[in-house]
Design a protein around this ligand. Sequence first.
Ligand code: ZN
Length: 408
Amino acid sequence: MKKEYAKMDVGLLHLVNKKVVLELINHNGQISRSDLAKKSGLTPPSITRIVDELIHVDGLVESLGVGNSSGGRPPVIVKFKNDNNYIVGIDLGATYIRGCMVDLNANFISEIQVPTELNKGFSSIVDKVIKVIKKLQKRKEPNSKIWGIGIGVAGLVNSETGIIESSPDFGWSHVDLRKELEKHLDLPFFYDNSTRLMALGELKMGAKENQKNFAVINIGYGIASGLVVEGNLLKGYSGFAGELGHISVDTDSEVQCKCGMYGCLEALASGHRIASLGREALLNNTSEILKELSANNESLITAELVAEAVSKGDVTSIKIYDEVAEYLCKGIGTIANLLNPETVYVGGGISLNGRLLFDLIEKKKDKYLLDANTKVKILPCTHGDQATSIGAVSLVLEKILNLELTGV
Ligand SMILES: [Zn+2]
């Protein structure tokens, strides 16, 4: 009995050490075997055994040969084997399905974007996701491997089962997307909420290293946030943390949110709201520029078109964005005063119209911030319109680094 325990401990220790080595390679990009030993505290023979296994068994790592020596034995450099190992990230959004394929260092190999066409229903959306993945698969090097597919979906997603419990944007409840996709693709799938993945992507693959306290606000069709506190992604008791869109920012508002309440941030400041205020302006004949840009067709009015009208100096559209930015600042103020983050990243479709929204927020935000929080930086997400798909990639990379996808 005792002997068995000892055996198990050795195996476990090996896994723990292997994870440490993989993390160091991931963090450093390229690193010598001797530096791996120094930084991990492991002996050179242990490093040799682990690195050899990562090269010959897992195929995750390659040796770059001998580096420059500063006296003594020249170092042997190792790095991720990028041309054979890929990850696919999918952003399943209400407007677009975006997919990207990256190598283990998150270098883009290929990306695809197709319109979601919500109105065509669940099976058409599933077909589109399958087509996007298959297209990306075709673009990889022959004999190379896709380790997994990360998928971000707006709504409440059970990351363990892959079941989408509810997604108001799609009108889905209790949808087993994993089951449908696995019928057609023999690859490991991982799922999470799209905004939480934006925060994960910022945490693992963002521009700034080692940031431990920040928020991501996703403003698109709806509004949600992903919160990182002390380096951990906040999930909450039942996975619902971060529903910033449903805090009340105007208790007197008569605008009803799709959650049923009145005056929610999402009801007053989402892309949906901007478009609906634009349509109202067209019907009330208060904007010549919107009339011209939309050819007087209310169905063509989108938040993007209202932003275009702003750039042409349209007073009505400027007022719309001004009002929306005011509400957003209330939301940002709530997060910042509650969590004292270093940065609030703003992403999603509405954030992609140049500096417009950021300049307005910068002008208004201090009204809603305690002095101690006025230093909070408001920045666009590092990966722009790929923020969710890169987050989905990070989800898979985490599994690789955690040795959940290797045979050992
Ligand atoms: Zn609401």
